[in-house]
Write a protein that binds this ligand. Structure first.
Ligand SMILES: Cc1ncc(COP(=O)(O)O)c(C=O)c1O
Length: 385
């Protein structure tokens, strides 16, 4: 099947993306951590190895090569034992000398601003309403204004705001930054979208694209990743305050030997390796298409049941849908009902608690899993009537 031309259904009305035979029932429809396949969980049971061993280096090297393919890049990919927030901090410490613009349209882009402030940077906050995307024109305006006050070392933007289910147009944003301020580094968070949709690091000319293990990658929490450009690394050499654990120059030195400066999370690397094999066995284009299909299926279900969608039209996330709770469901009660059926969704985030609910359709979620979830929600709604 050509993933880009995949229809929603076959001629006979049968759905594409047949559920794999070894797929356990999906439990988590939250936008991370996501369910992890039993083979991936089992990979963590293997006995320890020395972290300066050839076995570790070959495991690390294999994972890095596969990650480079997923990033669509020839550039370096760092793997560290941390969650996504750790890599947000690493990005700021290694890319920003003094001034950074943080584009904020939800909780996790806001976190990156807080991280920038916490790292003592002059962090310029450009905020747009939650549930809307960051647009290239806003980026150009903000850059032009900030440049009047001096050099802007970097901008930060979150591709997929997990708090609202909005995806910002990264390719166009990156093109705007390069046009207006060619020296400014483009730092992107794809924590909840990486591997669920194509984010070609080289083709889009990004400087840093970070993610973590527990979302669409469907690996247990604890690993963070970043593809990093040469020009970011070159600039980092003259920055002070890079710290030690997240110092990219140090990480780069060890990466060349397929290892890390500090003890790597060996069991998680084993899990990652098995999951990357599973991802490539499915096929990355097929995987992107499955995520797009699941997103569309969720939108269709929500609107057919008279719910609204919170995300700005045209910028809906490929991995998490934020459904407006305009029908006034008791979301806590709904989740208790789903829990009795070993399923779980997420409440709205922050200001949207009770006003919206989020359905994660990333990682190991297949269309048949969504059918089961939707049936259960419909049952709950019928019982509430
Ligand atoms: C878009 C985004 N960025 C950053 C984070 C923080 O990641 P972590 O919880 O792995 O530190 C999250 C967590 O949900 C996220 O969704």
């Amino acid at each position: 099947m050509n993933a880009t031309t995949a229809n929603m259904t076959t001629d006979t009305g049968m759905e594409l993306f047949d559920t794999p035979a070894d797929k356990p029932a999906q439990r988590l429809f939250v936008p991370g951590p996501t369910d992890v396949h039993p083979d991936v969980l089992a990979a963590q049971d293997a006995p320890m190895i020395g972290h300066r061993s050839e076995e570790l280096e070959s495991l690390f090297g294999k994972c890095t090569e596969q990650l480079q393919q997923l990033y669509h890049t020839e550039a370096r990919v760092f793997t560290v034992a941390a969650s996504g927030s750790g890599m947000q901090e690493a990005a700021i410490r290694n890319a920003v000398n003094r001034r950074v613009i943080n584009f904020v349209n939800g909780a996790f882009s806001r976190r990156w601003h807080d991280v920038s402030v916490g790292c003592d940077k002059e962090a310029i906050l450009v905020e747009v309403p939650w549930c809307t995307a960051i647009k290239p024109a806003q980026v150009e305006d903000a850059l032009q204004t900030a440049l009047a006050g001096g050099r802007v070392d970097a901008i930060t933007v979150v591709h997929n705001e997990t708090s609202t289910g909005v995806a910002s147009p990264i390719e166009a944003i990156a093109a705007s930054v390069r046009r207006v301020s060619p020296h400014t580094l483009i730092l992107v968070d794809a924590v909840s979208s990486f591997s669920g949709t194509k984010l070609p690091f080289d083709a889009w000319g990004l400087d840093l694209l970070l993610t973590s293990s527990q979302k669409a990658l469907a690996v247990p929490p604890g690993l963070a990743f970043a593809a990093v450009s040469d020009r970011l690394i070159d600039g980092a050499a003259s920055l002070s305050g890079r710290g030690w654990y997240f110092d990219f120059l140090q990480l780069d030195k060890y990466r060349k030997r397929n290892t890390t400066p500090a003890t790597p999370a060996i069991s998680l690397l084993r899990a990652l390796s098995v999951q990357l094999d599973r991802i490539f066995a499915e096929g990355i284009d097929a995987r992107y298409a499955r995520h797009a299909f699941c997103a569309q299926k969720t939108h269709t279900w929500a609107t057919q049941h008279n719910f609204g969608l919170m995300a700005e039209a045209g910028y809906e996330s490929p991995t998490v849908t934020t459904v407006e709770n305009n029908l006034g469901l008791d979301i806590a009660a709904l989740n208790r009902f789903l829990g009795e059926r070993e399923m779980q969704i997420s409440n709205g985030y922050g200001q949207y608690k009770g006003k919206a609910f989020r359905i994660g359709h990333m990682g190991e979620v297949w269309p048949s899993d969504l059918d089961q979830l939707f049936r259960a929600i419909e049952e709950f709604m019928a019982a509430e009537r």
